[in-house]
Design a protein around this ligand. Structure first.
Ligand code: SDX
Length: 392
């Protein structure tokens, strides 16, 4: 009914898969997590509810959510020796490289999370990474600023706790800003899963060798870092800043984006699957307006983004190629408004995508999928004989 396509049995070893987690229709701009529309979830759900939904398939009852959160809180300690690993990175290190390394390093401090075959052991590894990744993300950010690396507050909700870990000052009382928490809650939900994208496919294929959840997530973080993927949210702001510094001439940059001899691409535009508006971009664009209004922030980079979007939607080059704003086009404007620095934008994407990666890894393991083995079409040389070097 929703145009769901079934794959022929031969797909098993090609890296494609059957999944019941996320449905998207690129032509109609539809995105659903376990059958719930992204529009409803972004408006009504809490991020931890969506984590539970993606991973276990149903929205949790209050009792289930409380137990899930308590299990996560019980695992929020990160071995203090991890701070010594973090100390080994220069402050200039990109947070995505640091986070991929620290996530992989977690294995050394949680060896029982590697060979997980039972649902119970999988659950233990899942709550550990959901608990520790926000801590690692906050520590990575604060290390760059020379701030103390502390833990969260078990009395707070999951997202509120993360915001406090990120922004609490060494001195003085910390007061949570509900606008920041609500905006981040929505952004994390919108990033939570997106079926078989580059980083999720990476998580599934690394996990298919039974290498363990933490290193599969670490590989996903590395894949997400790329500017063609999650790294685009940082590249979008850098592009908008460059346009602003260049005098705000969006037409000049549109011309560059269309020039075949110019490698410049309009970051935040286009998508492997959406050949219509990315439904997340619509929600984030409105949220950007709301957040800036409620925080009383004037951001001329937003005005440049809107001018660029308007031009692109009317430009034949972009219209013919069905290039529309994607999830990364407006998200950075909200992160900026929330006081999150540009180098932390992609880590925010990773924090949001974490439950999706976990859900997809768990589905792959429970389905007992074979080790991923994409096939190829060989286009190289036919059989030929060795030629001694003196005769070459
Ligand atoms: C994410 O897959 C997912 O679900 C990813 C994601 C998720 O939630 O996991 O949605 C998150 O990664 C979103 C995408 C973020 N990346 C960017 O914003 C980077 C800029 N976008 C492009 O690099 C590109 O659009 C991709 C990588 C996103 C998609 O590339 P495709 O589908 O492989 O398109 P293509 O490279 O084959 O391009 C088709 C044509 C080409 O022109 P022609 O050769 O036909 O003349 O469109 C042009 C491209 O040159 N084109 C662009 C463009 N994107 C494609 N031209 C200018 N600017 C762009 N952004």
């Amino acid at each position: 009914t929703d145009g769901v396509v079934t794959l022929d049995p031969g797909y098993k070893n090609t890296g494609s898969c059957e999944s019941a987690i996320t449905f998207l229709d690129g032509e109609k701009g539809i995105l659903r997590y376990r059958g719930y529309s992204i529009e409803e979830l972004a408006e009504k759900a809490r991020f931890l509810e969506v984590c539970y939904l993606l991973i276990f398939g149903e929205l949790p009852t209050e009792e289930q959510l409380e137990k899930f959160h308590n299990d996560i809180k019980s695992q929020s300690h990160v071995d203090e020796d991890v701070k010594r690993i973090l100390d080994g990175f220069p402050k200039s290190a990109h947070p995505m490289g640091v986070l991929s390394s620290l996530t992989s390093a977690l294995v050394a401090f949680n060896p029982s999370s590697v060979n997980v075959d039972s649902e119970e052991d999988m659950y233990k590894a899942i709550v550990k990474i959901l608990a520790k990744f926000p801590v690692l993300t906050a520590w990575t950010y604060r290390k760059r600023l020379g701030l103390p690396l502390d833990y969260g507050d078990d009395n707070l909700r999951y997202v509120e706790n993360f915001v406090k870990m990120m922004f609490k000052k060494p001195s003085g009382e910390y007061t949570s800003n509900p606008l920041v928490v609500e905006a981040l809650n929505k952004l994390l939900i919108l990033h939570a899963d997106h079926e078989q994208n580059c980083s999720t496919s990476t998580v599934r294929i690394v996990g298919s060798s039974h290498a363990g959840l933490f290193v599969s997530i670490s590989a996903g973080i590395a894949a997400l870092w790329g500017p063609l993927h999650g790294g685009a949210n940082q590249a979008v702001i850098e592009m908008l800043e460059a346009i602003k510094a260049d005098g705000g001439d969006t037409k000049k940059f549109m011309a560059k984006a269309k020039d075949k001899n110019d490698p410049f691409r309009l970051m935040g535009f286009g998508h492997r699957v959406y050949k219509n508006f990315d439904p997340r971009a619509k929600i984030i664009k409105k949220a950007a307006d709301d957040v800036l209004d409620s925080l009383g922030i004037e951001d001329d980079v937003l005005s440049i983004a809107k001018a660029l979007e308007k031009e692109a939607l009317e430009d034949p080059y972009f219209v013919e190629r069905k290039l529309y704003p994607n999830v990364d086009f407006y998200s950075g404007i909200i992160y900026r408004a929330l006081g999150i620095p540009v180098e932390m934008f992609t880590p925010m994407f990773a924090l949001g995508r974490l439950p999706g990666w976990i859900a997809q890894w768990r589905e792959m393991r429970l389905q007992k999928e074979p080790i991923g083995r994409p096939r190829q079409i060989y286009v190289g040389e036919n059989l030929r004989s060795f030629v001694p070097i003196e005769k070459r």
